[in-house]
Design a protein around this ligand. Structure first.
Ligand code: ARG
Length: 462
């Protein structure tokens, strides 16, 4: 294919340069968006009188033909064509002749590539929005199902206070809901139409930018042509959203991996979502969870890579920017794949109630309840804390649990203890006595799961 920008050159580009500068290998996936954008641009050129109706029809039908060729795998992509934009325009000229040469009027690849990536990202965000919502619903359903299971809540990886398993699961949904909020903002940022900026200065043709925006379903048009071709914030926001999402997924996966370990045995993972060892016959490994945890690295890597790529680039477009795409595509692919598998996985996890409840009875987690009890009997909290701490040492020495202590033993530490104290020394009553909003009390957790379903039911991307 002849170089579409070849006029100014006397010698052909070195093959190494073709290979070095080409992006077609990875930006070919933008072909549908490129063609849709081309058709909108073409219709607009007709509307403002730059091309005729028959020229517009010819260009449009040829573009669709090219789209079909690419879709059916017939297209041959070679490095000399550089990128998908050049490929499609070159093919158009090959097929539609002189008429095809009119399409690029008032446009540059600089605003074209911004358009394509914005369109691509909007579509990816729509899919991710659905997957993320689905995943949150799966976690909510698991929380609802295990509503009466208690387990140890941890701080510093030590038994801290009893909580409901549902409360723990609901914590994940809160993280992911915040991610959804950020994703909505990503959509807004991507939803601004860049075409008309040209290479950097705008166009001397009376292009109807609002019309193109309307045709392509954009909410508004960009305000400064220089900013338009140099802006990649919308990509970075998305990769940042993805990084935070993966930080959350990674924490959740880490917990499930631990809970699946022999020492915890809090969960049993489904066969369909685990893998075996090539050497050790007894193994059932949580590879899916480990891979999600591991993929967090590449998503963070993309964030640093695109941030660094943009740092210190003078306005406006520089070829450096071509390096944004692999990071962006890889991030969107990684998010989609991971959410898809986790969404199908989560509902199949079996929670081992007996183990969770047994562990909830270990580790003196009622020590805080004991202190709070004395506070209700008008003992100042600091003093109550000290008394309860002393009782814990006593139990450790005597190899007893708090609930094994007799009234006499308790009263030897403080006269304020009465018979009713015996009713508070178990995990279930501990969670039930929580009174604050957002706490682990069963009533509060039920309310929050209901609230979550309400939010999910009303959630819209834009
Ligand atoms: N392949 C290029 C990219 O991805 C398209 C824009 C090229 N623009 C240019 N002036 N060379 O950024």
């Amino acid at each position: 294919m002849k170089k579409l920008w070849g006029g100014r050159f006397e010698a052909a580009t070195d093959r190494i340069v073709d290979e070095f500068t080409a992006s077609i290998d990875f930006d070919k996936r933008l072909y549908r968006h490129d063609i849709e954008g081309n058709i909108a641009h073409c219709k607009m050129l007709q509307k403002v009188g730059i091309i005729s109706a028959s020229e517009c029809r010819k260009i449009t039908s040829t573009l669709k033909e090219i789209e079909n060729e690419i879709a059916s795998g017939k297209a041959k992509f070679t490095p000399e064509v550089e990128d998908i934009h050049m490929y499609i325009e070159g093919k158009l000229i090959e097929k539609a002749g002189e008429t095809g040469k009119k399409l690029h009027t008032g446009r540059s690849r600089n605003d074209q590539v911004a358009l394509d990536t914005r369109m691509y990202l909007k579509d990816e965000i729509k899919e991710i929005f659905t997957l993320l919502k689905q995943f949150i619903s799966e976690i909510a359903a698991a929380a609802e199902k295990q509503i009466d299971v208690v387990m140890p809540g941890y701080t510093h990886m030590q038994h801290a206070q009893s909580v409901l398993l549902s409360h723990h699961l609901h914590a994940y949904t809160e993280m992911l809901l915040r991610d959804i909020g950020r994703l909505k903002q990503c959509y807004k940022s991507a939803d601004v139409m860049p075409l008309g900026a040209g290479a950097l200065a705008g166009s001397s043709f009376p292009l109807d930018r609002e019309y193109v925006a309307k045709l392509l379903g954009f909410s508004s048009v960009t305000a400064n042509s220089m900013d338009t071709v140099s802006d990649r914030d919308y990509q970075l926001e998305f990769i940042f959203f993805s990084s935070l999402l993966f930080m959350h997924l990674s924490r959740m996966c880490e917990e499930l991996i631990l809970w699946n370990g022999t020492e915890f045995s809090f969960v049993e993972l489904p066969d369909e979502f685990t893998t075996g060892s090539s050497m050790m016959p007894q193994k059932k490994n949580p590879d899916v969870l480990e891979l999600v945890r591991g993929k967090t690295g590449r998503v963070y890597g993309s964030l640093i890579s695109v941030l660094t790529l943009l740092k210190a680039q003078p306005l406006t477009y520089n070829r450096d920017m071509q390096e944004d795409k692999e990071a962006l595509f890889d991030t969107a692919d990684t998010v989609k794949k991971s959410l898809l598998v986790l969404g199908k996985f989560f509902g199949k996890i079996k929670f081992n109630r007996a183990r969770l409840e047994y562990e909830a009875g270990e580790g003196f987690m009622e020590a805080t309840d004991l202190a709070d009890y004395l506070v209700m009997k008008l003992v100042p909290f600091r003093q109550a804390h000290e008394v309860s701490g002393k009782i814990v040492i006593y139990c450790l020495n005597k190899k007893k649990k708090l609930r094994d202590l007799s009234m006499n033993e308790l009263m030897s530490f403080h006269k304020g203890f009465c018979e009713d104290v015996l009713g508070i020394l178990d995990p279930k009553s501990s969670v039930k006595r929580k009174k604050t909003s957002g706490s682990t009390s069963p009533a509060e957790v039920k309310k929050n799961i209901k609230r979550l379903y309400g939010i999910l039911g009303k959630l819209k991307l834009s």
